[in-house]
Every structure is written in C-alpha cells, then in structure tokens.
Unconditional design. Structure first.
Length: 373
C-alpha cells in the first residue's frame, strides 16, 4: 500500500522546484549579459582596429609622399625660384665655358618653398605646405637681435624681450655661466622645473620649457597655424621664402609696407641676389647681405593636411648627403591640435607636385642633377 506524502514533504518539493526555475533564468540572463558584453567588447575592438588601420594607412601615405619630395630634392636642381621640376633643362659641361653659358638652369615648372600649398600628383587626398628652413626664425645661439625684433612685432613686454634671448642661450650652451637676464640649472631647480639640456633644441616646441618662453602663447599659436620657428641646421636667411613676420624679424629697419612690397616683388620674380632684395625693400641693409642666401637649404618644414578630415601633421626634413646610412632624416614630427587647423577653402594649388615617374620619365630628357645645396 502506497504511503501518502505528508504536507511537509510536499512543501519541500515545491520549494526545490520553485528555486530551480528562477536560478535557471538567472543563469540564462547572466550568460546573455556575458554574450552582450563580449559582443560590445569585440565591436569596440574592431572599431579601434579599424581606426588604427586608417591612421597607419594615412601615415604610410604621408611617408610615401615625403619620400617622393626627398627624392625630388636630391635629384633635381635647386635655384632661387625653388625646386626645378620641369623636364626642359639642359645639362652643362663644366669644363666647357660655352656650354655653361648656353645651359638652361630654369625649367618650365618649379616648386616654391615659401609655404604655398601644393597637391601631390600621386595622391589628391592631401595638400602640402612646403617651407624652406632658411625662411624661418632659427632658435639657436646668436639669434638674439632677430628674436627681439620678433617679440616687438607681437607687442611682448620689454622685460621678456631682454629675458628670452638670454634664457635661450643659457639653455643650449654647455657652460654654467648665467647671462644678465638668463637662467642656469640652479634657477630651474629652485623653481622645480626641468634643467637646461645644454644642447641644441630638438624641436621648436622644446623652447616652451625655457624660462619665459612659456609666457608668449600668442607667438606659439601663430607658429602652430603656420611655421614660424625652426631648429634646422642651416645657415643664412632666404628672403625668397620668408613670411612677412620672418622678414620683419630678420631685417633691421624693415617696415610692414616694405615687407609687403618685398613679397609682391618676389612673386613676380624671385630675387637672384641681395641687391635685388634691397631694391625691393627700398633701403640698404648694413652687413646683413652677407648672410642672405636666395636658394633654399637642405631643410624643409612640411605641413601635410588631409583634405577630408582636416588632420594636419608637421614634419621637419633634412637632407644629409654625407650620411653613410641614410641621405635624409626626419628632425621631428607632430600632429597639430585641431583648434589650430586651417581651412582649406583658400588652398587652391596652382600646380601639383609631380611623381618620380614624371620627374624622370624613361627615355625622357629629364636632368638628374643633385638639388643639395
């Protein structure tokens, strides 16, 4: 005879069945949350990977174009106009005076290194602004008067006009002698700041670590919008490639109207020597013509702007023809903050930068002459 279950046994069975069902639902829910979390993590990872891939591809494209630029600078002649890229040049036999006189050193097309925009023939997604290092303000010893004139153009207080040239020299020189308005290691330690490196600046941005140089934000903002400073290891000043600000800083006594006139004249015909520059400026410059160089140097500052995203990256490139390993080097590279990105509305390049194939066509009459100066 089957024994009847007691009420207590029925209650235990009900509790067990009633607990298993919610537990199962909770486990399913947790599995669902786990799957959703994994899906979200995978989606984020895929998106991050896609963004990284796009960034790498953009950097590769930029590097390829820089390689083309360096190739052109190393194989094409450089003149007072800039980089000669036309194919109608004629070579000269340096042992034949008549050949030298009849040679053609200026081609139909040239690339000016005065900051104007160029599109690359091999990649229409970018606009490049090319600036000769000789047309910028170099941050090194001996630039005191140039820096003072620059500070005057930005209405910097008189105390900083005296301080900044001295603190710059104390930062880069290898002694511990403090100049009149300068600062050496002890002063930086007292202020709990990084001490001077006693070496040449690696990038213009490094100057913001120097006492006083972090108190001129208006000048750094101007430099981010368009290159103003340079740490290029080049000598001489090129009035064919300098901006109005750089002209006013480098040439004592030059006025803004005269600087505007200089720029207008050189656009018609780049200066071939210091006399033409002085004629355009309207006055004689004492001693300074000896430091002029109307041909771009071996260092160029490049602002590469992506047309669609507006992303702008600045590079400083130097040719090093004496190097045994690599004939060129990247001095520095950094991305310009988005708030200083310029509109491309006014950037309508009149000429595209030609590809290596266009510069040196097979069987063509292109002249492969070193552009190193």
């Amino acid at each position: 005879m089957k024994q009847a279950q007691t009420p207590a046994a029925d209650s235990n069975l009900f509790c067990e069945n009633g607990f298993v069902l919610p537990l199962t639902l909770w486990i399913i829910a947790l599995f669902g949350l786990g799957v959703a979390a994994i899906h979200a993590w995978i989606s984020v990872s895929v998106e991050n990977a896609r963004t990284l891939q796009q960034k790498v591809e953009a950097e590769l494209e930029t590097q390829n174009m820089i390689n083309e630029l360096v190739f052109a600078m190393g194989t094409r002649p450089m003149s007072n106009r800039g980089l000669e890229v036309g194919t109608d040049l004629t070579a000269a036999d340096m042992a034949d005076s008549m050949s030298i006189m009849s040679a053609r050193f200026e081609s139909s097309n040239y690339i000016a290194f005065d900051g104007r925009p160029y599109a690359f023939e091999g990649n229409a997604d970018y606009v490049f602004h090319l600036q000769d290092g000789r047309g910028l303000i170099k941050l090194h010893q001996g630039a005191g008067e140039t820096i003072r004139r620059l500070l005057s153009a930005f209405d910097v207080p008189e105390t900083l006009k005296n301080q900044l040239p001295d603190t710059l020299v104390d930062w880069v020189d290898d002694d511990d002698l403090t100049r009149l308005a300068g600062a050496e290691k002890s002063e930086y330690e007292r202020l709990r700041r990084l001490p001077p490196t006693n070496q040449n600046l690696l990038t213009p941005m490094e100057a913001q670590s120097i006492l006083g140089w972090d108190e001129i934000p208006q000048i750094w903002e101007a430099d981010l919008r368009s290159p103003l400073f340079s740490t290029c290891r080049v000598t001489g000043f090129n009035p064919n490639t300098a901006s109005e600000t750089a002209l006013l800083a480098h040439v004592a006594g030059l006025t803004k109207p005269a600087a505007a006139q200089v720029i207008e004249k050189r656009e018609e015909s780049p200066f071939q020597h210091a006399r033409e520059f002085m004629a355009a400026a309207g006055f004689l410059t004492a001693a300074q013509p000896f430091f002029f160089s109307v041909v771009p140097g071996n260092c160029v500052v490049i602002d590469a702007v992506h047309r669609e995203s507006g992303r702008r990256t600045r590079y400083s490139i130097s040719l090093v023809p004496t190097s045994l390993n690599r004939p060129w080097q990247v001095d520095y590279a950094f991305e310009i903050p988005s708030q200083f990105t310029r509109s491309l509305d006014g950037d309508r390049p009149l000429i595209t930068f030609p590809t290596p194939e266009a510069l040196n066509p097979v069987g063509g009459n292109a002249i492969r002459t070193s552009g190193v100066r």
